[in-house]
Ligand binder design. Sequence first.
Ligand code: GLV
Length: 332
Amino acid sequence: MSEISDKKVFVTREHIIPDAIAHLKQFFDVAVWEERSAPPREVMLQKAQENDAIITEITDLVDKELLDKAPRLKIVANRAVGMDNIDIDEATKHGVLVSNTPGVLHESCADFTFGLMLSVARNITYGDRQIHAGEWKMFDQIPYLGTDVHGTTLGIVGMGLIGTAVARRARAFDMKVLYFSRTRRPEVEDQLGVEWKPDLDSVLSESDFVSLHVPLTAETEHIIGARELDLMQPHAFLINTTRGPTIDAGALYLALKAGTIKGAALDVTDPEPIPIDDPLLTLPNIVISPHIASASSSTIKKMGMLTAQNVIGALSGTQMPSCLNPEASKGA
Ligand code: GLV
């Protein structure tokens, strides 16, 4: 594509993907939401009506109401690998293509997963919190004694690209890796020596660290609740970089407080942002980050450019790199 077309694209956050926006401006009439916070619902409904493409963030809800108001909308391009903010079935019924950004963020997310594991198990964040609170008053390592990560057993729930990248890093830590996944991955078993378990319960009960890498769907909502936490070992840690609602937060609070498990590290919460008076924030044995597992400056650029390529593909009728519902195509 080289000409400016009259197709209209709306981007729900200007400051996140400036390179992608500059690229798209060569081809389309691009409008952006200039504030850092999400456009209000009424703006989204209006923009859906007026545009051929919308680039969304994970906090932008795309549901039947919005799609009903969007006669010319051809694509919703989510700048994320997760797509739980979009009703894909409804989009398909409305002939609206939906895309996400797989294949460019898994290594960054896997790095971050290890960051969380090390932070919580070795009390890195706890130690930092104590220092900032003025509590480091003498040389004494005993209050900060951690749990080794190397040589332990890691249970991966969801062996997609991110789970696989985590498993690859686990080899360098001499970890045994177990996994449970909707789709068994023999090639990953062969390459990385990971062991498939036919049920989630075995992964939970046999692992020292459990890391979640499943998308949020009706099946995975609260995949970890009180029963599952009970199955974990008292010295085990739970890591979550997927979506907050995969864990029952109330059950997690009780399990951490009672010592049912030793600690948790979450990059995602339910709701987000986590309210400052959330009981989880009163616990010493938890690390929480503000949903940034993919957010390295290099990866965010790649996500932006992939999102732009999806828009270009959809609006020009050429190949979209990562379309989730090709059957929705209305034809270019
Ligand atoms: C981030 O949460 C993503 O889904 O890419």
